[in-house]
Every structure is written in C-alpha cells, then in structure tokens.
Design a protein around this ligand. Structure first.
Ligand code: HEM
Length: 380
C-alpha cells in the first residue's frame, strides 16, 4: 500500500515526467542494456531504433502516475502489455532490473530535482505497478498452451499476396488446442547469428489447427525498419525447417455477445480478422472491410472465396490505387454505428480510422484495435 504522502509526491511529478518522459526512458534503455546486455536479446531492436518502445513505456509510466489513486483504470492497458510480456517470456526476476534502471534514469535526467523523497516515492510506486504486471502475467503463464519457446517444424509455406506469406507449423511435443481468433504467436529466430535472438509477434490467420498452426508474415521493406526478421522468414526459411515459437497470446478477441461486427483492416492487418471471420461466420452479421493498394495486394483470396457465399457476411474492398483512401463518406455508407468494430493495420492506418470514427460520432468503447507496433504509441 502506498501512503497518501507517497501518492502526492508521485502526482506532483507528473508534469516533470510528461516533459522528460521520453528522455527518461531513452536514458533508461541505454543504461539497462549497458548493465544487462543479455536483455538486448529480448527487446526488438527495430522498435528501439524507431523510439516506439520508449514512447510506450513513458506513456505507461505517466498513465500509472495519473491513476495512482485507482490503478485499476489502467488494467485494460496492462492486460494487453502483459500478454506481450508473457509471449516474450518476461519473468518476475526481470522487474527489479527494469525498476533499478528506471529510477537511475529519473535521477540522471532530473539531476538535483530528483530529491530523495521523489526517488523513494517512485521506487515504491514502481514496485506496486510491477506487482500488478507480475500477477497478471502469472495467470497468463498458467493458462498458456505451452511454456517457453518450443521447436515447430514448418510443414507449409504459401504466398498469400506478393508480399505476404503464411507459414504452417507443427510440433511433435505440443498438442495444438483450438486457437482463439485474433491471437498471435511469437517467433524466436537468429538471422544475425546464434548469439542474437530476434523475437517477433505474428498474427494467427486460421482458427483451424488440424493441419498445424498457421501465421502470416508481411515482408517489411519500407522506411527505417528494413524487416530483418520478416525478410529472413520470407527468404531463408523453407518447408522442413524448425522454428521456435511461444504459445498464442493476445487479448484482441471478439466479444461473445452476438452483436453485429465490422472487421476492418489495412494490408496484412487482415490476418487476425481472417481468423475472426472464420470463427464468427455462423454467429452474426459481419461487415468485412479491407483496404489494399489494389486487388493483387489482397491476401487470403482462397479463404475469402470460401466464405464469400455466406448471406450474413458482406465484403467491401477499397483499392487506394484507383479509389483513393477509405474515408468518412465511404465508411458512413457501410457502418451504421450499431456494430462493434474490430480493426487491425499499421499505426498510421489505425490513427486514420480512429479519426474518422471520432468524426462519425462512434463511441471509442465500440472500437477494438490491434496495431502492429506498441498500442499505446497511438495518440488519437
Ligand atoms: C513491451 C511497459 C516491464 C520487456 C512493453 C510495452 C509497454 C511496456 C507499454 C509496449 C506494449 C505494446 O506493444 O503495446 C512496461 C512497464 C513495465 C514493463 C510499465 C514495468 C512495470 C518490462 C520488463 C521487461 C519488459 C521487466 C523485461 C526486461 C518488454 C519487451 C517488450 C515490452 C521486450 C516488447 C517491445 C519491444 O521489444 O520493443 N512494455 N514494461 N518490460 N516490454 Fe515491458
């Protein structure tokens, strides 16, 4: 339990944290990796380079400080992060390392302004927040389909579009359970040599596991991100190869209330929504909206063909090459505002859609989304 005095000190430091939040977490990462280089194998180096994780962690710390009187308000965000942590095999013993380095960074950036009282208040507060994560993650480890990273054999690779491949994998030791539509698996590979683990999450694209677990990977070539892992999977992994996978994770799941749903995606964001479509096709009315550059770029055409004749499913494809982007005018003709909306795509796609939904007066509580990249770096 935190005392009122501790909480008041934490609340009083919010403006300083907001001002220096990203600076503090950047210093934190640098220092932590110097002290614990082994952790470089857990973190996504591309996210580090792009500053994505820095923003996410800074925002989480500030969110926690703002809600210090009722930490349960941040539980939905903690839940999403806890799933990722569990998928990456983050364990309770990692938390003190993060805590020590975060406190060091606060002192380092704030200098004399970080009085012993402030440092003490934040040390205690971090402990409380860490406990929330550790407890939630313990429950997720308990319910995981398997523990740790397990070797799976690649049994099929399919070109789903010019830049998206699906990989179907099977293991001799893990008996696959039914997949929850919307979840992802985590792959551990070594494109830079055996000493350098690279971990990535990829959405599962089929709820049917009778032939194995199927996930999709887009070849990432744009911007700074260069897609080390996706290019490795596309170019170097062949049928018969082994891949290390941790168990399915993620809380981007369709609510079981039978309400009509809109599944809206951009590019490879269709992947988790394809699982949702398969899982929900007999349960309710579904509007399946997809935005792609052109018809050629649309993934999972075979799956779409299979599901095309269901009366309750309506497909809308927007090809930006000829029709421009999805906008309010187009979406207002499709979405009536009484549905639950599930969407997935790049951070830019999500932000664009969220702005349109705001304009359409759709309450955010009816919009569920999963960006590729840290969710809390979305600022709309
Ligand atoms: C991801 C917060 C502790 C390792 C994240 C994300 C947030 C976050 C907000 C981004 C989630 C998303 O993708 O949307 C926190 C907070 C912590 C904490 C507030 C402490 C209370 C830890 C610990 C470790 C860790 C102890 C392990 C040393 C990671 C990794 C990712 C991640 C590897 C994936 C992102 C990447 O690789 O760039 N965390 N975290 N975190 N966290 Fe934590």
């Amino acid at each position: 339990m935190l005392t009122e005095e501790t909480k008041n000190i934490v609340k009083a430091t919010i403006p300083v944290l907001e001002e220096h939040g990203t600076e503090i977490t950047s210093a934190f990462y640098k220092h932590m990796f110097e002290q614990h280089p082994e952790l470089l194998n857990v973190f996504n180096k591309t996210n580090q380079k792009l500053g994505r994780q820095q923003t996410a962690l800074a925002q989480t710390v500030i969110a926690a400080a703002k809600h210090i009187d009722h930490l349960e308000a941040i539980i939905p965000n903690v839940n999403q992060i806890a799933h990722k942590h569990r998928a990456l095999e983050i364990k309770p013993e990692h938390y003190p390392i993060v805590g020590e380095n975060l406190i060091w960074a606060i002192q380092h950036v704030l200098g004399d302004a970080a009085t012993p009282e402030i440092v003490d208040a934040w040390t205690k507060t971090y402990g409380v927040i860490a406990d929330v994560f550790i407890k939630m993650e313990a429950a997720l480890y308990d319910e995981a389909d398997w523990q740790d990273f397990v070797s799976f054999k690649v049994v099929d690779i399919k070109d789903e579009s010019p830049d998206i491949k699906s990989f179907t994998v099977k293991s001799d030791v893990v008996e696959l359970k039914p997949v929850k539509a919307g979840q992802y698996i985590t792959v551990k590979v070594h494109p830079e040599g055996e000493d350098n683990d690279a971990l990535r999450h990829y959405s599962i694209c089929s709820v049917d596991t009778s032939h194995g677990l199927k996930f999709a990977v887009k070849r990432d070539v744009a911007g700074d991100a260069k897609g080390m892992v996706s290019n490795y999977l596309h170019d170097s992994v062949k049928v018969g190869d082994e891949l290390l996978l941790s168990a399915p994770a993620g809380e981007f799941l369709v609510e079981t209330d039978n309400k009509d749903i809109v599944l809206i995606s951009g590019g490879v964001g269709m992947t988790p929504l394809m699982s949702m479509l398969q899982a929900e096709v007999d349960t309710r009315n579904i509007k399946f909206i997809h935005s792609a550059y052109n018809r050629d770029a649309v993934p999972f055409k075979d799956e779409i063909k299979k599901l095309h004749n269901h009366e309750n499913v309506h497909f809308y494809f927007n090809y930006s090459e000829t029709a421009g982007r999805l906008n309010k005018e187009k979406l207002s003709k499709i979405i009536n505002g009484n549905e639950e909306i599930y969407m997935c795509g790049s951070v830019a796609f999500m932000e664009g859609m969220l702005e349109i939904f705001n304009d359409m007066g759709i309450d955010r509580s009816h919009v569920h989304f999963e960006p590729f990249g840290p969710k809390m770096s979305i600022t709309v």
